[in-house]
Ligand binder design. Structure first.
Ligand code: FAD
Length: 477
């Protein structure tokens, strides 16, 4: 009893000292805590002993040092737009949320070196805007870019709509600064394209979902700013035309193919039914569509003509059955809205079970066909909505409840459908998480499907860096 009282008094003292470190502005009052405790989808709602918003790297380091001393678990949090429940505390009530949003300085833009150094709390859209203002391009783009932050984006190794050309977050980082689980600051803020001095430690923290430390800043790669884009919504003859049309596009336009997004006909019909102002430029809804975008930093590259020639040739061979080219920036934005509002439209149609899988691009048709057949056999009337970054082999294979079914009863089968769909992706040489990570949502599935040796190595790395297991417990591993 005396031991318990002493422990309670000690953690009370730690929380008081942490409050002193961040000051009044850095503590979120209970009345404003709710948005920091629940995830985007409302699947997870946790409790926290304290929510702090440090304003400098020194404050983050001191907070973590105090937590390490008292073994208080820490949940790093950015924009809280993650989709796997990794950025919110568990229900234990003993964790501290360290929200990085106030660490939001762009430290440097080095236009000649093509790098931008940004703190973890910088909003992704602001980083893209700062790069554009310097005549450069930061090529991470996704639906959440107005609220997700650099620290979160790197910690989830986010993807988005330009991966085909520029790679995932992991490919766009030259350096990082990390507060380790003992409170020390690891400064790897190098701006080098070549650096072969031993293990590439920065990569450990990218995609680690906050389980190995807190990213406080990063050096990001910049690229020439695209000045010309050509965008089209394309109806394909069948699913097997998806990889074939991509291969033709890349042969015709090389690196200019920036985005290649699949939308199933059912997905498009939901957008047209539920999203105000959505219009189908093709007149009728085809079964299989892609949104293709080419971009170039060369104003004389004649991209629109190249895209038109590509489409004309594909129409002639029959793999493309119809296409609508964007003739203005407004039309381009309208085409992108059709793609980006698929998840929202799906939500309005009823309960949905989500998957974020990847397979080799060549296996996309087989995956969609097999997974659709398997879920329909398991629940007749279920409505698969496949869409996503097909050019990266990344399909969001979401399942809408049968019409008139009970949503809660449908969602109760989430784990069963996950298992079914994941096994099909794995059989195609795929992954159960292409871009959203593992978090809490896929922890069991990850443990079930990963090779034991992979898990063992991950656990050893975790134990080496975080021996007391205070960084984001209950997530990923
Ligand atoms: C509408 C919408 C569209 C999306 N589209 C895409 C998409 O196309 N591609 C894609 O990849 N993802 C997409 N996402 C999910 C994506 O993971 C997030 O938007 C983004 O990467 C997370 O950033 P965040 O700042 O919100 O991080 P959070 O949600 O706050 O955190 C995510 C994870 O990172 C950890 N973390 C956060 N900050 C730090 C830090 N500084 N140091 C260490 N760990 C940290 C958290 O603990 C958690 O594990 C989308 C989400 C939404 C809501």
């Amino acid at each position: 009893m005396a031991g318990k009282l002493r422990a309670a008094a000690a953690s009370k003292d730690v929380f008081r000292r942490i409050r002193d470190v961040v000051g009044a502005k850095g503590v979120v009052p209970d009345s404003e805590a709710a948005p920091f405790l629940a995830d985007q989808r409302g699947l997870y709602r946790g409790r926290a002993a304290l929510i702090v918003r440090p304003a400098s790297v020194e404050e983050v380091a001191e907070v973590v040092r105090l937590c390490a001393g008292a073994q208080v678990p820490v949940v790093p949090q950015g924009g809280n737009t993650g989709l796997v429940g990794a950025s919110v505390p568990t229900e234990s009530g003993g964790e501290i949320v360290v929200n990085l949003s106030r660490l939001n300085r762009i430290r440097e833009i080095d236009a000649l070196n093509n790098t931008l150094s940004a703190e973890a709390g910088c909003i992704l859209a602001d980083v893209r805007a700062a790069a554009a203002a310097a005549g450069r391009h930061f090529p991470l783009s996704m639906g959440s870019e107005g609220s997700c932050e650099i620290g979160g984006v790197l910690s989830t190794n986010a993807g988005g709509t330009e991966v085909l050309r520029y790679g995932m977050a992991r490919d766009l980082v030259l350096g990082v600064e990390v507060v380790l689980p003992d409170g020390r600051v690891l400064d790897l803020m190098r701006r080098l394209r070549k650096d072969n001095t031993g293990y590439d430690l920065k990569q450990l923290f990218l995609g680690a979902e906050g389980t190995l430390g807190i990213v406080t800043a990063a050096v990001l790669k910049l690229f020439p700013k695209p000045v010309e884009t050509a965008t089209a919504l394309v109806a394909l003859r069948g699913l097997d035309s998806v990889p074939e049309f991509l291969a033709r596009a890349r042969a015709a336009a090389n690196d200019a193919v920036t985005s290649f997004e699949y939308i199933s006909g059912f997905g498009l019909s939901l957008v047209l039914s539920h999203m105000p102002g959505a219009e189908n430029p093709l007149g009728r809804v085809f079964d299989h569509l892609v949104l293709i975008e080419l971009s170039s930093a060369d104003a004389t590259s004649g991209l629109s003509e190249r895209l038109e020639r590509l489409l004309a040739a594909a129409l002639e061979t029959g793999i493309v059955t119809d296409a609508a080219l964007a003739r203005s920036e407004a039309q381009r934005a309208a085409l992108w809205r059709l793609r980006e509002t698929v998840p929202e439209a799906q939500t309005r149609e009823g309960a949905s079970i989500k998957h974020d899988v990847s397979v080799p691009v060549s296996a996309v048709p087989a995956f969609i066909e097999q997974a659709s057949a398997a879920v329909t056999a398991a629940l007749p009337g279920i409505r698969p909505v496949a869409f996503g970054h097909a050019g990266d082999g990344n399909i969001h294979f979401n399942l809408t409840q049968p019409e008139g079914a009970d949503g809660a009863a449908f969602l109760a089968r989430w784990a069963d459908f996950n298992r079914l769909v994941h096994d099909i992706a794995l059989a195609q040489g795929g992954s159960i998480s292409a871009e959203h990570g593992i978090g809490r949502l896929k922890r069991e599935e990850f443990a079930r499907t990963a090779a034991p040796l992979e898990i063992e190595i991950m656990r050893r790395l975790k134990a080496a860096l975080d021996p007391h297991g205070i960084m984001n417990p209950g997530k990923l591993l």
